[in-house]
Design a protein around this ligand. Structure first.
Ligand code: PHE
Length: 354
């Protein structure tokens, strides 16, 4: 054997150059086999140490193992670097920019103004501790009228106002039947609001055969008209602005006693009734007030229909209110014609919603 230590250095230089130049994990594996495998020259040299002249055994054994460890370390480092580079490249080429518009570009949609208004109103009452319930649109005469204290000959029962589906079965004309159903389902105390569609035989600029209401019902011990006033003031300020006031006017509903209609101070003229140039405010028609809903203290006769479920009029009482969602939306956004909500002309709908 000529100069084994010198040969070791040649192998090292050659192997290191080849490893440094390798471009893939597969190439590196080939080099590992070539330089460190069972049949590699280095392996053979290390295995043949015992046949070397005595003075070469030490340097070749020590140097050979050094070269072996150096090459193993370099291989491991190169494999790691290549894998990282390959991962980087894959991430780059597979990357999807989810913020790019679709192809073809999609027009972003948004909620219908009525849905948005309904949700805003719900949020206000949820914040005041009311739960949200929903009822059926097809309803019995009993819940729509009778249990709400309508006498048998009440004009609202007449065919020209109500859509009848069968004897005693109709499309509910208001969300108030859910007052009765909610009280049948839950003992007092109850604090509930009921959004939903209602139906009446009407069709003009301020009436459509279908529209939306939100009913409110609160029954507990010691509820007074002052509680109704406080709740509605909160509601009105949340929806129409912190400066608003409310006014309760005597009215009549069969199912509340006393009944009141609630007005909000005009949010266009601030309640003055006239605008900057001295002319009458066209929103409140110069009165300073705008009617927004009907309400009152629940009539004891109504509680009488659910007295068996804990609504003894001698022990509990409460208030109810009902408002038209379209009316609230029209007032807030200056929409002149109720029918616009249901024509579904996007030129109208696109002006609202977020
Ligand atoms: N249901 C009545 C209507 O549709 C509104 C209302 C609800 C009035 C609750 C009083 C109490 O006009």
């Amino acid at each position: 054997m000529s100069d084994a230590p010198a040969r070791l250095q040649e192998i090292r230089v050659e192997a290191e150059a080849a490893i440094a130049a390798a471009g893939s994990a597969a190439d590196l594996e080939q080099l590992r086999i070539a330089y460190l495998g069972r049949k590699a020259e280095l392996t053979t040299m290390l295995r043949g140490i015992k046949d070397l002249p005595a003075e070469q055994r030490g340097p070749v054994g020590k140097g050979g193992n050094e070269v072996k460890r150096a090459l193993e370390a370099q291989l491991a480092e190169r494999v790691g670097a290549l894998e990282a580079a390959e991962l980087d490249e894959r991430l780059r080429s597979d990357a999807v920019d989810v913020t790019l518009p679709g192809d073809p570009p999609q027009r972003p949609g948004h909620l219908h103004l009525i849905t948005e208004t309904r949700r805003e109103i719900e949020d206000v009452f949820l914040g005041l501790g009311f739960a949200v319930a929903e009822g059926t649109e097809v309803e019995y005469d009993y819940y729509n009228f009778t249990a709400l204290n309508h006498p048998p000959d009440h004009p609202a029962r007449m065919l020209q106002d109500t859509f009848y589906l069968a004897d005693e079965v109709l499309l509910r004309t208001h969300t108030s039947p859910m007052q009765i159903r909610a009280m049948e389902l839950q003992e007092p105390p109850i604090y509930v609001i009921v959004p939903g569609k209602v139906y009446r035989r009407d069709h003009d600029a301020t009436h459509t055969p279908m529209f939306h209401q939100i009913e409110g019902l609160a029954i507990d011990a010691d509820i007074t008209l002052a509680d109704l006033q406080g709740v509605l003031l909160e509601f009105v300020r949340a929806i129409f602005g912190a400066e608003r006031e409310i006014r309760l006017r005597p009215h009549y509903f069969p199912f509340t006693e006393p009944s009141v209609e609630v007005d909000v101070s005009c949010f266009k003229c601030g309640g003055n009734g006239y605008v900057a140039d001295g002319s009458h405010c066209n929103l409140c028609k110069g009165s300073g007030w705008i009617e927004i809903l009907g309400s009152g203290m629940v009539d004891p006769n109504v509680l009488g229909f659910v007295a068996g479920n804990g609504y003894d009029p001698a022990k509990v009482q409460g208030f109810a209110f009902g408002m038209g969602i379209e009316r609230i939306a029209m007032l807030r956004h200056g929409v002149p014609d109720l029918r616009l909500f249901f024509d579904n002309d996007v030129r109208f709908l696109e002006q609202f919603g977020s």
